[in-house]
Design a protein around this ligand. Structure first.
Ligand code: NAP
Length: 276
């Protein structure tokens, strides 16, 4: 009898756009590991059944993406505190005892990408302005607070969503009206776009950016295009900018390590693999 080849994958709907298979397969090949990583289009109605079946076929875990990142918390047997606070999970481990363990590594990926792209950024150096209050914003806010950012100005088109997030994360998060977003950019050491604005096929961001200063670090979660108008404007001002692709790469690191037993490096070859 031989051990099954470990399998992992990503479950969402639709799933064809996902770059995760390229990233994980690149690492499997680079480190000479047995295994594979498979994209799976699964409906909400079938999700629980599929997840209970996958370990029997040799799956050691999966990534979860849109639209299942929130609802997965109801299906998982064990949910980390971090995923509970964020209200979403992106990584599942299928444990040997049959239990499904859910975690969220988006915030980890966000901060690691920021540290790599802006090594001189010091979390304690000043407030961060976060644009958007969706699922990704919750992971970003959690990780910035963990990293020691003293204050977060949170602004979202739908104010009530920002207020809910601030209620969940405590008094270091201050909600600012969307029409005032430009004003809190001026006061920030770090500006983060977590909205989908600027993404290919979506509207452009119209937040006034004249408050940007040279010493402000600017990062965008949008990675298609890689150089969004926000990042291009920030570059013109002389800011250090960090694109969103690295977050996608770094969030994959802890999952790959748990599933396949080797901690992978994020480097230029990983970026190239994701962009292929
Ligand atoms: P989400 O939960 O649907 O949230 C979308 C956010 O964008 C909300 O804040 C929403 O505001 C805002 N928004 C959408 N259209 C807008 C408009 N016309 N004007 C103003 N605000 C608008 O999505 P998500 O999961 O947080 O993802 C957000 C973005 O981050 C996406 O582009 C996604 O691809 C990217 N992302 C990247 C990574 C990475 O690894 N780089 C990881 C996760 C997500 P309302 O609340 O007012 O609707």
């Amino acid at each position: 009898m031989t051990d099954k080849i470990p399998l992992a994958g990503v479950i969402g709907s639709p799933i064809a756009h996902s770059k995760s298979p390229q990233i994980h397969r690149h690492w499997l090949k680079t480190y000479g590991l047995a295994g594979d990583y498979i994209p799976m289009d699964v409906s909400s109605a079938d999700l629980a059944d599929v997840l209970r079946t996958l370990p029997k076929a040799g799956f050691v875990g999966v990534n979860i993406t849109i639209p299942h990142k929130e609802s997965i918390l109801e299906i998982a047997d064990l949910v980390t505190d971090r995923a509970t606070l964020i209200g979403a999970a992106n990584t599942l481990i299928f444990r040997k005892d049959g239990k499904i363990h859910a975690d969220n590594t988006d915030g980890y990926g966000f901060v690691e990408n920021l540290k790599a792209g802006a090594p001189n950024w010091i979390p304690q150096s000043g407030p961060a302005t976060v644009l958007g209050a969706g699922g990704a914003a919750r992971a970003v806010v959690a990780s910035l607070l963990d990293a020691g950012v003293p204050e977060i100005f949170l602004t979202n088109r739908t104010r009530v969503r920002a207020e809910k997030l601030a209620d969940d994360f405590g008094n270091r998060v201050t909600v600012v009206d969307w029409v005032q977003a430009g004003n809190v950019i001026e006061d920030a050491a770090l500006v983060v776009n977590t909205t989908s604005l600027g993404m290919i096929g979506k509207q452009e961001m119209r937040v006034p950016l004249d408050g940007l200063r040279r010493q402000t670090v600017v990062t965008d979660l949008v990675y298609a295009p890689l150089r969004t108008n926000l990042l291009a404007t920030a570059e013109e001002v002389g800011c250090v900018t960090v694109d969103g692709l690295g977050m996608l790469l770094h969030q994959a690191v802890p999952a790959f390590e748990r599933w396949f037993g080797t901690r992978p490096q994020v480097d230029s070859a990983t970026r190239a693999a994701a962009l292929r």
